[in-house]
Design a protein around this ligand. Structure first.
Ligand code: SF4
Length: 946
C-alpha cells in the first residue's frame, strides 16, 4: 500500500500499557500507546479515579519528556571545578562505590554530616525510611518550600487539608471559593470539578491578586492584595458571627468550641484546656452550673461566659474567646478593606452569600449512620459551601495562620466533611496526635545506628523540639527549632545556606534527588550558586565538601554535582503512589497506584529508588540487609511488594494476601504488581455509604479505616479551632513553660503562635519601607508547565517559551511603560531587568510573572540562544533566603515563623523604566552540557508520517 494513499495501519498502536502520569504531581492514569517499541501517543485512562480519562497538555506531552535530548545517559564524576561542567563518565560500580564510601565513613562517625533532601519525589515512604535507617537527622522532601502551611494548618485544625487530604464535594457544592494560585494542586481533578459546578449552575468565586488560570473562568473575581487573605477570611468570620450564621450544633458536636480554656494570666496553665483529674477536657454545664467532662450525656452546654472551676481557677469556653476576638471592630469589613484591597461591600456580600448558601440551601442525604458517641442519625446534613487553597495563601510568612483561619471558617458554618462541603480523603482525617513526633534530638543521633523514629512529624509542645540543651538546632535546615517549631515538612530551602555557613554545624555530603536547588527552587539564586562553588581558603576544600545529585535530566543543579547518578524517566521505572506517602484517594474511595517500566531504558541509567535500595544494602543499613548481611530487596519493585510497616500493612493496599484476595491488610503477595498492571495501575476500594461523611466522628468510617490498615485503632478528630499546642509555645515565650524560649525568639512566638487563628502582616513588610518598595511581586503557575519539569519538553516549551512581567495599567501609566518595554524590578535583595506587558485584571499593587520559565544558558540540553535563556527570567533572584541581620548580626530564614514555609510571595519591589534590551538581566555564565548534544528542537515521529 505504500505510496497509495493513507496507510491506516501506521496510526494503530501495537500495545497499550497503563501506568501513572508524572508530568505534574496529580498522578492521573494514562494509557501509553506503543508501536515498534516506541511511544506512539499518550491518552487518559478513562477508568482511573483521579482523572477519569481527562489528560492535560502536560500529560500528553510526556512523550517529549521521555525522548528529550536533555536526559542524562550514564553516571559521572566531576573532574573540573565545581560548576564548570567538566565531568567524566564512569561505570555504576565505581559510582556506587564512591557514594557508599563517602556515606559509609560518615555513618560510622557522625551521621548528621549527611544532608539528604529530595524534591517533588513521590517515594517519600522509601526515602524517609532510608534516611531514618542511615541515622542522619537531616532529611526532608520539598514541602518546606512548597505548601507546608496548607498541610500543617489543616492537620492541626481539622486533621486533614486540601488537595491530597481532601477535596470539595464537586457533585453537590453550590458555592465554591478558591483562594490564590492552585493550578496544579489538583490539576485535572479541579478542572473536572469546576466543569461539574458550571454545568449545575453553582457559583465559583476566585480570590486571587491575578485573574488568570481558574480565576479567568470564575463567576466572581476578587483581586485581593497578596498576603492579606487571612484578614479577609476573618472579616467574613466577623460578619457570620454578627449575623449568627454559624452552625452551633455542629460546633459543639465536632469542634472544641465548648471546651473550657483556663483564664489565669501569668500562671503556667493559662490558656490551656481545663481538665479533670482523669485528664478529660471540661465544658460548662448550664443547668447544674458546673464543669463536666466533654461528652457527658444530657449536658446542656454553655458557650459563653467566664466560670469558676472547682479548684478556684477561672475558665472561658473557646467559643466565647472566638466571639470576642472576631467580633472586634478591627475585623469589620470597613476596617480591613484598605489593607486587603477588597471593598467592604464585597466582603459583606461574600459573607452573606456563604451564610445564605450554607443555611438556606442546606441539603440532606437519607442515609442512617452512627457517630462515635453511639448516637444514631437518619440523614447526613450538608452545608453546600466549599473552599480550596494551595500555594497562593501558603507561601507567605503568615500562611499557617491564614490556612487555620480558612479551616475555622469552614467549621463555623458546619461544612467540613458534609455533603456539599469539603470532604476528607483516606487516610485522612487523622488527629494531630496520631502523627509522629519529629525525631533527631541530639541523643537520638548515634553513629552506626538508625534514628528511633521518623524525621518529620508534629511537635505537641516545645518539649518535642529538635534542639540541644542550649536551644541550638540539631538539624541542618533548623526545622523543629525555635526558628520554625512546627516545620512539619522540613526546610529544604535553608540547607545550602546553612551548610555553607556551617550553621549549626558543617556537613560532609549533600545528597539531592530531583531538586533544582541551583535555580528555580532556590531563593537568592546568585548567592546560592556562589555558595555551592565556594572554597574555604583555610582548607582548600569546598565549604560543602561533597554533592551527590540524582536526576533524569541536565538541570541547572546537575552542573554542581561531584557525583551524578542518572535516573530513568517516569515511564522506565517502578513507583508507588502509597497511602503511607502521598495518597490519591477520593472522598468515596480509598485508592493507590503504581508506575512500572512501560519501556526499558536505552541509556546506562538506574531508577533512583532501586539505586537507593542498592546503596542501603552496600551500607549495611538495618532493614536493607538480613542477619547475614545479604540484601533484603532485589530492587524497588521487590520492596514495594514485600516491605511491611506493620504486620500485614505495606505500601500498597490492593491485592494483598497470598492469593491477592485481601484489601488493606494482608500478607505480601508476590503477584501484587502484576495485579495492579492488569487493573490499570491503580486499586480502589469504595467507602461504605454509611461511612461517606462526617468521617471525623463516624463509627462506620473509623471501623473501615482500621479494617483497611489506615490506623490500628479508631482515630476520631475534634476540630481544634483553638490550638493548645500553639498556646504551649506562647507559655514558653512567656517563661512559664519548660523549655523556656530563648529571649531572641520570644516576641516572634507571641505574635505568630496565637491559639486562635489571626492575621499579622507578612514579615517582609516589617523589614522594608512601603515607600521604597510599593509593589508586591508574585508568580502564577502556568497550566502547561510544572515548575521546571517541562524545561526540556519540545511541545510544552512552545506554549511558554518566554515570560514577561505583567504590570497593572495604573502602574504602567505612572511609569510610562507600554507593552514590550523593558523595566528594572528592584527588591531589597537585587534587581532584574525584564520585558513588561500591560494588564488590568490584576491587583493594582501587584506585578506578576509565570513561575520557572527563565532558564540558565546551557541547561536542559537547550541551545544557548533559546528564548527561555534570553528573555526568560526568574523572580527568585530578587528574593532573599534570609531576613536582614538582627542587632546581634544573626539572620533568620525568610519563612513562616511557625512552619518554616518559604515566604516566596512576601516579596516587595519597585519598578523603573529601562532601556530596551535583547536579554533579561542578570545573565549567568553559560553552563557546559555534561553529556549529549544541545538542541532547540526535537524531531520525533518522522517515521510515522503518512
Ligand atoms: S494533571 Fe498532571 S498528572 Fe494529570 S495528566 Fe496532567 S500532568 Fe499528568
Amino acid at each position: 500500500m505504500a505510496g497509495e494513499g493513507l496507510d491506516l495501519s501506521r496510526h494503530v498502536s501495537d500495545e497499550v500499557r497503563k501506568t501513572t502520569c508524572y508530568m505534574c504531581a496529580c498522578r492521573c492514569g494514562i494509557d501509553v500507546h506503543l508501536r515498534d517499541g516506541k511511544i506512539r501517543y499518550i491518552e487518559g485512562n478513562r477508568d482511573h479515579p483521579v482523572n477519569r480519562g481527562v489528560l492535560c497538555a502536560k500529560g500528553s506531552a510526556g512523550i517529549m519528556q521521555h525522548y528529550a535530548p536533555a536526559r542524562l545517559r550514564a553516571p559521572m564524576k566531576r573532574v573540573g571545578q565545581r560548576g564548570s561542567g567538566e565531568f567524566e563518565e564512569i561505570g555504576w560500580d565505581e559510582a556506587l562505590s564512591l557514594a557508599a564510601g563517602w556515606l559509609g565513613d560518615i555513618r560510622k562517625t557522625d551521621p548528621k554530616k549527611l544532608a539528604f533532601f529530595t524534591g517533588r519525589d513521590q517515594s517519600q515512604a522509601l526515602t524517609s525510611w532510608w534516611a531514618q535507617q542511615f541515622g542522619t537527622p537531616n532529611y526532608a522532601a520539598h514541602g518546606g518550600f512548597c505548601s507546608v502551611n496548607m498541610a500543617a494548618g489543616g492537620i492541626t485544625t481539622i486533621g486533614g487539608a486540601f488537595w491530597e487530604f481532601g477535596s470539595p464535594d464537586w457533585e453537590r457544592t453550590r458555592l465554591f471559593v478558591m483562594f490564590g494560585v492552585a493550578e496544579d494542586h489538583d490539576s485535572n481533578p479541579i478542572k473536572i470539578g469546576i466543569s461539574k459546578l458550571k454545568s449545575r449552575g453553582a457559583r465559583f468565586v476566585s480570590v486571587n491578586p491575578v485573574r488568570t488560570g481558574y480565576s479567568a473562568i470564575a463567576d466572581d473575581w476578587i483581586g485581593i492584595r497578596p498576603g492579606t487573605d487571612g484578614l479577609l477570611v476573618l472579616s467574613i468570620v466577623h460578619e457570620l458571627l454578627k449575623a449568627r450564621r454559624v452552625d452551633l450544633d455542629y460546633l459543639v458536636r465536632y469542634s472544641n468550641a465548648a471546651w473550657l480554656v483556663i483564664d489565669e494570666p501569668g500562671t503556667e496553665d493559662h490558656g490551656l484546656f481545663a481538665r479533670d483529674d482523669k485528664g478529660r477536657v471540661l465544658v460548662w454545664e448550664g443547668v447544674t452550673e458546673q464543669a463536666v467532662p466533654e461528652g457527658t450525656k444530657g449536658a446542656r452546654i454553655t458557650l459563653s461566659g467566664r466560670f469558676q472551676l472547682a479548684d478556684g481557677r477561672h475558665a472561658v469556653p473557646v467559643f466565647d474567646l472566638m466571639a470576642k476576638t472576631y467580633l472586634d471592630a478591627a475585623y469589620a469589613p470597613e476596617a480591613v478593606a484598605r489593607e486587603t484591597g477588597v471593598p467592604a461591600d464585597t466582603i459583606r456580600g461574600l459573607a452573606a452569600e456563604i451564610g445564605r448558601v450554607a443555611f438556606e440551601e442546606a441539603i440532606e442525604i437519607d442515609q442512617p449512620w452512627t457517630d462515635m458517641r453511639g448516637e444514631r442519625h437518619q440523614t447526613f446534613v450538608g452545608r453546600p459551601v466549599s473552599f480550596h487553597a494551595m500555594r497562593g495563601i501558603s507561601a507567605h510568612s503568615n500562611g499557617f495562620q491564614t490556612a487555620r483561619a480558612l479551616h475555622l471558617l469552614q467549621v463555623l458554618i458546619g461544612a467540613v466533611d458534609c455533603p456539599g462541603g469539603f470532604r476528607f480523603e483516606a487516610p485522612y482525617p487523622k488527629p494531630v496526635e496520631a502523627h509522629p513526633r519529629p525525631h533527631g534530638k541530639p541523643e537520638q543521633v548515634i553513629p552506626g545506628r538508625p534514628l528511633p523514629g521518623p524525621h518529620l512529624g508534629f511537635p505537641l509542645g516545645p518539649e518535642d523540639l529538635l534542639v540541644d540543651n542550649e536551644g541550638r538546632p540539631t538539624r541542618i535546615d533548623k526545622a523543629f527549632s525555635w526558628e520554625a517549631p512546627i516545620a512539619a515538612h522540613g526546610m529544604m530551602h535553608s540547607v545550602i545556606a546553612n551548610a555553607h555557613a556551617g550553621d549549626p554545624y558543617p556537613i560532609e555530603v549533600l545528597f539531592l534527588y530531583m531538586a533544582n536547588m541551583a535555580w528555580n527552587s532556590a531563593m537568592n539564586t546568585a548567592e546560592t550558586i556562589a555558595k555551592l562553588e565556594d572554597i574555604d581558603p583555610a582548607t582548600g576544600q569546598y565549604r560543602i565538601p561533597k554533592i551527590i545529585v540524582s536526576d533524569a535530566y541536565q538541570s541547572e543543579m546537575v552542573a554542581y554535582a561531584d557525583l551524578i547518578l542518572p535516573d530513568t524517566t517516569y515511564l522506565e521505572r517502578h513507583d508507588c503512589i502509597s497511602l503511607l506517602d502521598r495518597p490519591i484517594s477520593e472522598p468515596d474511595a480509598v485508592a493507590d497506584g503504581i508506575r512500572w517500566p512501560v519501556l526499558e531504558p536505552d541509556r546506562d541509567v538506574r531508577a533512583f529508588q532501586s539505586l537507593l535500595i542498592d546503596l542501603g544494602a552496600r551500607l549495611g543499613l538495618p532493614g536493607f540487609v538480613d542477619a547475614e548481611g545479604k540484601p533484603v530487596y532485589r530492587d524497588y519493585a521487590d520492596y514495594i511488594v514485600h516491605h511491611e510497616r506493620r504486620p500485614g500493612v505495606g505500601l500498597l493496599v490492593g491485592y494483598r494476601g497470598r492469593d491477592g484476595e485481601l484489601a488493606g491488610r494482608g500478607a505480601p503477595n508476590a503477584d501484587q504488581i502484576e495485579r495492579y498492571k492488569e487493573n490499570g495501575a491503580f486499586f480502589q476500594m469504595h467507602v461504605p455509604p454509611e461511612a461517606a461523611f462526617f468521617k471525623h466522628a463516624n463509627q462506620a468510617w473509623q471501623d473501615f479505616a482500621v479494617r483497611m490498615g489506615l490506623a490500628e485503632t479508631p482515630q476520631p478528630v475534634t476540630f481544634q479551632l483553638y490550638s493548645e499546642v500553639l498556646q504551649k509555645f506562647r507559655l514558653s515565650a512567656d517563661g512559664l513553660r519548660k523549655p523556656v524560649a530563648p529571649p531572641a525568639y520570644r516576641e516572634r512566638i507571641r505574635t505568630a503562635f496565637t491559639p486562635l487563628p489571626h492575621w499579622y502582616a507578612p514579615i517582609e513588610e516589617d523589614v522594608v519601607a512601603a515607600d521604597d518598595f510599593p509593589l508586591h511581586a508574585i508568580t502564577q503557575r502556568p497550566m502547561a508547565m510544572y515548575h521546571s519539569w517541562g524545561s526540556m519538553n519540545a511541545w510544552l516549551r512552545q506554549i511558554h517559551t518566554e515570560n514577561r512581567l505583567f504590570v497593572p495599567g495604573v502602574v504602567c501609566d505612572a511609569h510610562g511603560l507600554a507593552d514590550g518595554d523593558w523595566a528594572w524590578l528592584i527588591s531589597r535583595n537585587g534587581r532584574i531587568k525584564v520585558p513588561v506587558a500591560r494588564m488590568d485584571a490584576v491587583n493594582q499593587h501587584t506585578v506578576w510573572t509565570w513561575n520557572s520559565i527563565g532558564k540558565r544558558k546551557g541547561a536542559w540540553g537547550l541551545n544557548s540562544d533559546v528564548p527561555e535563556a534570553q528573555k526568560g527570567f526568574l523572580l527568585n533572584h530578587l528574593i532573599d533566603d534570609l531576613l536582614p541581620p538582627r542587632e546581634d548580626g544573626s539572620r533568620r530564614s525568610n519563612s513562616d515563623p511557625v512552619t518554616g514555609q518559604a515566604a516566596w510571595y512576601d516579596l516587595r519591589v519597585r519598578i523603573e523604566k529601562a532601556e530596551p534590551d535583547v536579554a533579561s538581566r542578570p545573565q549567568f555564565p553559560e553552563l557546559r552540557m555534561a553529556q549529549g548534544e544541545r538542541t532547540d528542537e526535537l524531531r520525533y515521529g518522522e517515521e510515522w508520517a503518512g
